[in-house]
Design a protein around this ligand. Structure first.
Ligand code: ZN
Length: 413
């Protein structure tokens, strides 16, 4: 972490500024702290492999003791959560190879780490709606001059959508250390990762951000009132900011991995200081599939939002937020790949693609992707090569629009 990040970090318990404790073990190069101990009025927290750990759970205490004892490698092991020596060595070997992919490091972290479907995340129906809303709102309130934060952002798949909009770089906050560690390396390179607890006061200064968001995680937060109050505090400044909650479940309907959701009326009651609107995700999804735009000027009826299993919450005093936003894709920084949901057969340079779901439960949860992913598609390998070389072959426009070809982080899999 750069020491400039200390300007916006605050202790989650006393609210005090944090400073590097120079009398304790630390490793730093110029303005960058690699490992060390941060202190406030009330306690001390470790910086592990450049990531501040601002909570007091058992892994953080163990890591802090290791840093204090001059054992940064063991502090990293404690935060990554690998107790078993063989597993830890496997992770460290994968982490030390510059050619390792995201997938290889996830596999080295063991089967308990990331179940599910990260390979397909960038074309999930849930993701494409959140991506469009994030781009629309963040672009409106940040203006390239303010900072964004992605809270409970996991391994940074949506933080990636903030990289060109946030200045300084976006902060990615999550309780799960290996996820933010992976994000910094692969999915959101350049972001500032912070390890903290979403059920506690957030370890940042009032008004440090213009945009705060939480995607596909809010239903798992128990302290919802505190969480929204904290998001509002983080964007409380002279210029109106915005708070966005993407894909939170609806207590009035059933959904897989339900969590502890509220009803739409319950969500509305959380916002005391900012005007908020609640949208049914289905309506936004239809617009995003049609032309990539989102209309946040809409007023979804109570009947409509009460019946939608997934909701989007947007709160802001910025008048331009609640309008229609055309598609605003980010610049290409990764690499174009054929969507991994397709099986590919190469017939003399003609690629025949067949949509193939990894299993029935994926199809159950994310089958709405059929609205943009065709069952089959064909393209010429030479066109794909030209696209990867920076050209724009017209034959691929439709396949890009329908996400048959996707832009993924470099070294994703
Ligand atoms: Zn403190």
């Amino acid at each position: 972490m750069n020491i400039a990040l200390l300007d916006i970090l605050r202790c989650p318990f006393c609210g005090g500024r944090l400073e590097l404790v120079v009398t304790m073990f630390h490793r730093a190069t110029g303005d960058v702290i690699h490992d060390g101990i941060l202190g406030c009025h009330c306690c001390i927290f470790p910086v592990v492999d450049g990531i501040p750990v601002l909570h007091l759970r058992a892994d953080a205490i163990a890591a802090r003791d290791h840093i204090d004892g001059g054992r940064p490698q063991l502090a990293l092991r404690a935060m990554v959560g690998l107790e078993d020596d063989a597993q830890a060595e496997q992770f460290e070997a994968a982490a030390s190879r510059p050619s390792s992919t995201y997938k290889e490091i996830v596999e080295a972290l063991g089967p308990g780490f990331e179940g599910g479907y990260f390979l397909y995340r960038f074309s999930d129906p849930t993701f494409i709606v959140a991506h469009a809303v994030v781009r629309a709102v963040a672009r409106t309130v940040l203006g390239g001059r303010r900072r964004a934060i992605d809270i409970c952002g996991g391994s940074g798949h949506l933080t990636r959508a903030l990289l060109d909009l946030s200045s300084p770089a976006p902060v990615l906050a999550d309780l799960f250390f290996p996820k933010v560690w992976l994000a910094r390396r692969f999915t959101a390179p350049g972001c500032d990762p912070v390890c903290c607890d979403g059920n506690s006061p957030m370890p940042f200064a009032r008004g440090a951000f213009g945009y705060a968001m939480c995607s596909d995680a809010f239903q798992y937060i128990w302290t919802k009132r505190l969480f929204i109050g904290e998001m509002a505090r983080l964007v409380d400044g002279a210029t109106p900011g915005a708070v966005v909650v993407n894909h939170t479940h609806n207590q009035l309907t059933w959904s897989p991995s339900h969590g502890q959701p509220l009803s739409p009326a319950g969500y509305a009651d959380l916002f005391e200081t900012l005007p908020a609107r609640i949208y049914g995700e289905a309506g936004l999804f239809a617009e995003v599939v049609a032309d990539g735009s989102v209309d946040l000027g809409r007023h979804d009826s109570a009947e409509h939002v009460n019946g939608d299993p997934a909701l989007t919450l947007v709160a802001s005093s910025h008048p331009a937020v609640f309008g229609r936003h055309p598609a605003a894709p980010p610049p290409v920084t990764g690499e174009y790949r054929i969507n991994p949901l397709y099986a590919v057969t190469d017939r003399d340079g003609v690629l025949e693609l067949t949509l193939t779901f990894p299993d029935a439960s994926y199809e159950d949860e994310y089958g709405a992707c059929r609205q943009y992913l065709p069952d089959t598609a064909t393209l010429h390998r030479t066109d794909l090569d030209r696209l990867r070389a920076g050209q724009s072959p017209a034959a691929l426009d439709e396949l890009l629009r329908r996400r048959v070809i996707v832009e993924l982080p470099a070294l994703y899999y």
